[in-house]
Design a protein around this ligand. Sequence first.
Ligand SMILES: [Zn+2]
Length: 73
Amino acid sequence: MIVIDFSFAIALFSLSVIGLIMAIWLLTKKDKGKDLGLDPKFIWYCSICTYTYINTKEEVISICPRCGNYNKK
Ligand SMILES: [Zn+2]
């Protein structure tokens, strides 16, 4: 009786793990599609504090929201 319950629990656990992996895979796939929609020129990398941020307004020089440093492309 205990053995049957144990294997049932294992099967249930395996199924839930597979379901979770599938859900994560679908979510990350969606996120990747979103990331592709964002132009990489809007992604800025601060040379002072190494902060990565998004600024869609500026194209040449952008101000870091964390330290106020001017970043050039
Ligand atoms: Zn910065």
